[in-house]
Each structure stands twice: as structure tokens, then as C-alpha cells.
Ligand binder design. Structure first.
Ligand code: ATP
Ligand code: MG
Length: 253
């Protein structure tokens, strides 16, 4: 979508991003010059076959990894060449991460898991716990604050993980296959929660999914293959199916 006068500046601006991984004696190019712009408040899905570069792209967007070449601006600031400590500060204040396998600490209660990022942010203990309880209420778990992950269902664990990702008040929520470990109905509930956070709190949400049903609930689908963007636009049936007559259709079961 072309920028119109009065649009807010982009939250993310990637230009010609290349990512090479060392491989044997040489290197493997996982991203071949990816460009994309994401505005504050967008809700978008990244789709593509296994090995196409989705997680590689998410790691760069999430400031977990740096590109080999190209330019990445986060909220106007060029972060392509920041040091690891500077990237860590950006992550800790501005980005929330949600994973397929929830990644909660098993010995900690839901409340302590959610409060953990606030320890690193230097928030005093009493306030941490109050904020954790408020976030758990926000995701529908007001009555499970004292439960450990093993005492919770998969969907409940993912809600705790989302509350944890929200703890620092991030501008951006990144989720790599957040419904991949859940049954269809629970996945739909988690998707609804992301949508509500996007619509009500204005959090920018980017999720990676293999599921066209999940991508259909977003406003924009970016499809990548072999490290290149093949499609970027609204979640039309054609976009979700991989495009009429497109090579992607050949790899679907
Ligand atoms: N640390 C690494 N070292 C070397 N190669 C890597 C590394 N990480 C990823 N790759 C390669 O880069 C390519 C893209 O990987 P990536 O993990 O981004 O794919 P993906 O789209 O997330 O796949 P999936 O759907 O299976 O999660 C793959 O060919 C992968 O083997
Ligand atoms: Mg991946």
C-alpha cells in the first residue's frame, strides 16, 4: 500500500535485507534482498513453506539477529548495525515474543513467568506482581495466577506467554507459529486474543503461520519462498492459497 500524506511513519522498514548463514566452507543465503514496511497498528501474517526463511526474517525483525546486508529501521532508527547490548535494550523495551512451544519456565507460577521481564526492566517487586496479575486478567486467566505451566492446558500456557510478552508494554508483538501446538478451537481463541490486543490496544502484531485459516484473520499476508517475498497484500483466497497456478500450490498436500 503506498504511503499517503498524514500516515504515521513506519514502525518497521526493511530495505534489501540479505541474510547468509555459514555453511560448510561457504555460506547459505536464507534471505535474498527482502523489503517490507509495517505501519503501527498493523496485524499481519507471514506464510511460506518450511525452510523459506520465515524464522530468519522474524529473528531480524525482532532484533534477535542482524542482517548480512541491507538496512533495517525500527521506529525510524537504523538498527542494522547496532551492537548486541543495544539490540537487547531495544528488544527489552519494544518487542514481545510468543513461541509455538510457549517457552514458560516450568518451576515458576504463571504470575512469576509474566513478571520475569519486569525484573530485567528494573520494576520493583510489588509493582511487578500487580502488573502480572493485571496482564493475566487481560488474557482471561485471573483465576490461574498461582498455577505452574504443567497445571495449565496448552491454550492457557499460550495465554500466559502472551501476557509475558505484553509485560513491558511492547510496540510490536512477534509470534512464530503461536497456534502450531494447539487444537483448532484453542488456536482460534488465541488468534482472537491477538486480534483483540491489536484492535483494542493498538499493538502491531506479526505472526508466522502455516495455517491459511489463521492468516485469513489478519489484514495482510506476506508470503515468502526461497528467501524472497512472492506476495504482499490482503488475505484474499488467492493469496492464502499461494496464488493461482503458483509453484507453492505444487508443494501443498
Ligand atoms: N543458524 C543457521 N545456520 C545455517 N542455516 C540456517 C540457520 N537457520 C536457518 N538456516 C537455513 O535457512 C533457511 C531458512 O530457515 P528458516 O528457519 O528461516 O525457515 P522457516 O521458513 O522458518 O521454516 P519452518 O517453517 O520449518 O520453521 C533454511 O534452509 C535453513 O536450513
Ligand atoms: Mg521457522
Amino acid at each position: 500500500m503506498p504511503a499517503a500524506p498524514g500516515d504515521p511513519p513506519p514502525l518497521l522498514a526493511l530495505e534489501d535485507i540479505v541474510k547468509d548463514y555459514p555453511s560448510g566452507a561457504g555460506s547459505f543465503r536464507a534471505l535474498h534482498g527482502v523489503g517490507m514496511t509495517v505501519r503501527p497498528g498493523e496485524f499481519l501474517a507471514i506464510m511460506g513453506p518450511s525452510g523459506s526463511g520465515k524464522s530468519t526474517l522474524m529473528n531480524i525483525i525482532g532484533a534477535l539477529d542482524t542482517p548480512t546486508a541491507g538496512r533495517f529501521r525500527f521506529d525510524g532508527e537504523d538498527i542494522s548495525a547496532l551492537s548486541e547490548p543495544a539490540l537487547a535494550r531495544l528488544r527489552n523495551r519494544a518487542i514481545g515474543f510468543v513461541f509455538q512451544q510457549f517457552n514458560l519456565l516450568p518451576r515458576l507460577t504463571a504470575r512469576a513467568n509474566v513478571a520475569l521481564p519486569l525484573v530485567y526492566a528494573g520494576v520493583p517487586a510489588r509493582e511487578r506482581l500487580a502488573r502480572a496479575d493485571a496482564l493475566l486478567a487481560r488474557v482471561g486467566l485471573a483465576d490461574r495466577t498461582g498455577s505452574r505451566p504443567a497445571q495449565l492446558s496448552g491454550g492457557q500456557q499460550q495465554r500466559v506467554a502472551i501476557a509475558r510478552a505484553l509485560a513491558v508494554g511492547p510496540r510490536l508483538l512477534l509470534a512464530d507459529e503461536p497456534t502450531g501446538a494447539l487444537d483448532t478451537r484453542t488456536g482460534a481463541e488465541i488468534l482472537g486474543l491477538f486480534k483483540a490486543l491489536n484492535r483494542e490496544a493498538g499493538v502491531t502484531v506479526i505472526l508466522v503461520t502455516h495455517d491459511p485459516g489463521v492468516a485469513a484473520a489478519t489484514d495482510r499476508v506476506i508470503r515468502i519462498q526461497d528467501g524472497r517475498i512472492l506476495h504482499d497484500g490482503p488475505p484474499t483466497p488467492d493469496a492464502l492459497a499461494g496464488g493461482a497456478g503458483h509453484h507453492y500450490a505444487a508443494v501443498a498436500p
